[in-house]
Ligand binder design. Structure first.
Ligand SMILES: Nc1ncnc2c1ncn2[C@@H]1O[C@H](COP(=O)(O)OP(=O)(O)OP(=O)(O)O)[C@@H](O)[C@H]1O
Length: 431
């Protein structure tokens, strides 16, 4: 199973050029997350900072209790073994055939015999659909095949965290769709934590569990896919619609008056409709992350935007709604704009038969906030992933208007009487 990556208050500059500042987010264990952002906003720099290839000036990247920003070289070497990285062009050695390219990390970093190496390489080549191409040189195959070979190589050491830097760059729409399916299927098979940097809107809308966006040197938001995909934030809507008019320009910093003039002329872009997340291919196991994510997101539902809450509830089956203490409207389906109903009082009951078994808490982590089948809100998680210790999905320093809580639900309050609005990542200074 993958591991959680906690990024807290991370800032990176090159000389006088600030790339991004105060970035905080948590990549939840085994889930697929996507990082969007206009060109040049520092997405690749962020990936390199996660693996310790670049050193941010401030903040932490905590993995299995090690802060890779400040740890020793030997600790960093150990943590790096958890990572697999798919670089944009596959980063293959041009003079080696695909088999040797994929076998390279095994021969360098393990004591496996050649017969064991062969077994692992064959297994990974099969996973990415490259059986039969072992003897080809990188220059003899298509860009899509090179990416898949790079992916097989990223997988040979069974990474717990897999980073993808623009896996769809240079691919046609059909191959992008095939590759997206491959990513979802690999996540089901490995249960590793995935982070994908992409410009492909279709990928962003259909693949991840969580989405974030870098813009103007900040992380605009990061959280469950439903938050960003229903966001009315102008930069997000412009990006998702791929429109030239809006706050994102060629130089990023676009003149406000020009933006207003463009919007007055062309009208505001609409929030595109939600698309369903890609299911796993038939015959493969379900993604374990789906169940964990439901527990996590439902336990913190009321900290999300109303539109995100509604989309999340709409995606649940009747049994799941009952399990989490919600009820489908009597009319069936979710009429446009109708608020989800508040939790109804129910006698305690076990999970319905259809539910897969709950994941066991992993080492050092208490239960992942199993939902309570009653009128009580689901218990917040404790430990590293506790929502009390998580910042909001909205950018820091910006005061957000309190969302209208659907169905008359009130925001959860902590003992201080303050509504809880936090999501991923610990707030700096908090334990
Ligand atoms: N090693 C480096 N030294 C100095 N500047 C760098 C270095 N690496 C990246 N940069 C600068 O950091 C900025 C962000 O680059 P990065 O490649 O991370 O952007 P990106 O969001 O991934 O862009 P794209 O979507 O076009 O790939 C750019 O201005 C780039 O020139």
């Amino acid at each position: 199973m993958g591991v959680e990556v906690v990024v807290d208050g991370l800032s990176k500059s090159f000389g006088a050029q600030t790339i991004w500042r105060d970035v905080s987010l948590t990549l939840p264990t085994g889930e697929i997350s996507v990082l969007l952002g206009p060109s040049g906003t520092g997405k690749s720099v962020f990936l390199k900072s996660l693996v310790g290839l670049l050193k941010p000036e401030q903040g932490k990247v905590e993995i299995n209790g090690t802060d890779i920003v400040t740890c020793s070289e030997s600790d960093l070497y150990e943590v790096r073994k958890l990572f697999g990285v798919l670089f944009q062009d596959g980063a293959l050695f041009g003079s080696m055939n695909l088999f040797d390219n994929i076998a390279f990390p095994l021969r360098e970093h393990t004591r496996k015999t050649e017969s064991q190496v062969r077994d692992v390489v064959n297994e990974k080549m099969e996973m990415v659909g490259l059986i039969g191409a072992e003897d080809k040189l990188p220059g003899e195959i298509s860009g899509g095949m090179r990416k898949r070979a790079g992916l097989a190589r990223a997988l040979v050491l069974d990474p717990e965290i897999l980073l993808f830097d623009e896996p769809d760059s240079g691919l046609d729409p059909v191959r992008t769709a095939v590759q997206n399916q491959l990513i979802v299927d690999l996540n089901a098979q490995t249960d590793a934590t995935f982070l994908i940097v992409t410009h492909d809107i279709n990928t962003a809308r259909t693949v991840p569990d969580n989405i974030g966006m870098l813009y103007r040197r900040n992380l605009v938001m990061f959280g469950p896919r439903e938050v960003l995909l229903t966001s009315e934030e102008q930069a997000v809507v412009q990006f998702l619609n791929g429109r030239p008019d809006g706050p994102i320009g060629m130089t990023e910093e676009k003149d406000t008056a020009l933006v207003e003039a463009e919007l007055a002329k062309n009208g505001r872009a609409e929030v595109p409709p939600m698309m369903e997340q890609l299911p796993v291919s038939p015959g493969l196991p379900e993604r374990s992350a789906v169940r964990r994510r439901k527990d996590r997101v439902l336990s913190q539902l009321r900290t999300l935007t109303p539109t995100a809450q509604e989309e999340i509830l709409k995606s649940l089956s009747s049994e799941e709604l009952a399990l989490y203490g919600y009820k489908r409207p009597a009319t069936g389906g979710w009429p446009e704009g109708a608020p989800p109903q508040p939790p109804q009082p129910q006698p305690p009951q076990g999970p319905p038969q259809a539910q897969p078994p709950r994941p066991q808490p992993s080492q050092g982590q208490p239960s992942q906030g199993a939902p309570q089948p009653s009128n009580q809100p689901a218990a917040p998680r404790q430990g590293n992933s506790s929502p009390q210790q998580r910042p909001t999905p909205y950018p820091r320093g910006q005061q957000q208007e309190e969302p209208a809580w659907p169905g008359g639900l009130q925001p959860e309050e902590d003992s201080s009487g303050e509504p809880k609005r936090r999501w991923f990542g610990r707030k700096r200074g908090e334990q």
